[in-house]
Design a protein around this ligand. Structure first.
Ligand SMILES: Cc1cc2nc3c(=O)[nH]c(=O)nc-3n(C[C@H](O)[C@H](O)[C@H](O)COP(=O)(O)OP(=O)(O)OC[C@H]3O[C@@H](n4cnc5c(N)ncnc54)[C@H](O)[C@@H]3O)c2cc1C
Length: 400
């Protein structure tokens, strides 16, 4: 029988009965899925199809456009990503990209854009992607050089390249962020919806990374976009990208948490089964201390993740102070949960001895799966800066 994701933490006051039911139903569903993940692109398509058919992708979009709830619920996203990542990090990736690739449309799309894209994303019929990064503009996204030039009739000419784009080469559309005013820095960026079949778009340059994850570089060669491709306000693209990332930041922490919980479960099972020096590995105090450290690291990441999601759902981000509090809480959750998960998975691998590095073992793949989470959607160093600046701001104006 497959190892089941733990559920005791769902009794914490962060969650309600609907969250608990969702987690229980999802865990039963996810434990039953068998997807061959040797070809990550094919597997990702299959996960999107299954997640769509089973209704899980409905949690990525609002109810008015085929979603499950009136508004996106951060705690639901956290439960979904934590549980999916426990069973399959690629399933989590497929789910997360449907949310990230449609989030800007949910936040700023016209009624026509929402009707065209969101129900199909929720059903798994369209694969979504989010294209912000460039070779010279990763952490410093405002340094992007891809340009969007507006013509007299409202049409747009898109030119430049985006890289590290998840679902690149397999998405049906991309939310692309481009400079509409080259001199205005982050205030000169606008978002556009670019259909994959747009002439001049080449997404064939795939990027191979250490864990299954479909990625590509996108080249836009004077792509002509219709006037209704603009997403949100002119020059409002950077803010829109940050608002989109903000929704999903706590859920990246949750994905790391799911992987860490799986590693911990594997370590406990292995330590109890492995005979050593006439005892079991688990009987040694050194092993017990390691397991103790691992469970504390997992719980620390969990509390911060759930707090961030709860803040967004139950306190909100409308007021300036609320928005600041949530941003800091999400940054802390993302940093601590991903860093702690890396340590937990490394400790679990060490406990497995040679089996831990054997290609094809679950712990070996988790060791590769976790690494990129400390880099994308804001590297750990970026989260540290957010936290440090937030603390200094609060100290210099204590009434805020
Ligand atoms: C698997 C994967 C999937 C991705 N998916 C997408 C996607 O779907 N869409 C998209 O747009 N992008 C995506 N990205 C890109 C990702 O967001 C960038 O890799 C990330 O923003 C870091 O940018 P960079 O790689 O250019 O590194 P750089 O910006 O060059 O940063 C390098 C390192 O410098 C350090 N650093 C950063 N800022 C500071 C600072 N202020 N002070 C000191 N040190 C600092 C950090 O350690 C950082 O890792 C993905 C990346 C990966 C690896």
């Amino acid at each position: 029988m497959a190892t089941l994701a733990p559920t005791a933490h769902l009794q914490l006051p962060f969650f309600d009965a609907a969250h608990q039911q969702l987690a229980a139903d999802l865990s039963v569903w996810a434990a039953k899925q068998q997807v061959d993940e040797q070809d990550d692109r094919q597997a990702c398509r299959e996960w999107v199809r299954r997640l769509g058919q089973a209704g899980w992708l409905r949690h990525c979009v609002p109810a008015a456009f085929g979603g499950a709830r009136a508004q996106l619920d951060s705690r639901t996203l956290v439960i979904l990503r934590e549980t999916l990542a426990f069973y399959s990090p690629l399933a989590d990736f497929a789910f997360a990209m449907q949310g990230l690739g449609s989030g800007a449309i949910t936040l700023a799309g016209t009624a026509a854009q929402k009707s065209r894209y969101l129900p199909a994303v929720a059903g798994g019929e369209l694969i979504a992607a989010f294209a912000l990064s460039e070779e010279q503009a990763g952490s410093d996204a405002g340094a992007m050089s891809t340009s969007a030039t507006l013509g007299p009739s409202g049409t747009v000419t898109l030119h430049g390249s985006k890289t590290w784009i998840s679902n690149g080469g397999m998405a049906d559309y991309y939310c692309v962020f481009a400079k509409t005013d080259a001199q205005a820095g982050t205030r000169g960026i606008t978002a556009f919806i670019v259909d994959a079949a747009t002439p001049g778009l080449d997404a064939s340059e795939h990027i191979a990374v250490m864990a299954p994850h479909p990625l590509a570089t996108l080249h836009f060669d004077q792509c002509q976009l219709p006037a209704d491709a603009q997403l949100g306000e002119l020059h409002g693209g950077f803010k829109l990208a940050m608002r989109t990332l903000d929704i999903f930041r706590a859920s990246v922490a949750a994905a790391a948490l799911g992987m860490a919980r799986r590693a911990l479960a594997l370590a406990v099972d292995y330590a109890q089964a492995r005979p050593m020096f006439g005892q079991r590995l688990a009987d040694f105090q050194l092993t017990q201390a390691k397991l103790g450290e691992m469970v504390a690291l997992v719980d620390a990441g969990a509390m911060l993740t759930y707090r961030a999601a709860w803040l967004r759902d139950c306190v909100g981000t409308e007021g300036a102070q609320q928005a600041r509090d949530y941003t800091a809480a999400a940054a802390m959750a993302k940093m601590v949960a991903t860093e702690n998960a890396q340590r937990v998975i490394d400790m679990a691998l060490q406990m497995h001895g040679g089996m831990g590095v054997r290609v094809g073992s679950k712990i070996e793949s988790l060791y590769r799966d976790i690494r990129a989470l400390r880099i994308y959607e804001g590297a750990t160093e970026v989260q540290l800066l957010i936290l440090g600046k937030s603390l200094l701001r609060a100290a210099s104006s204590p009434t805020q």
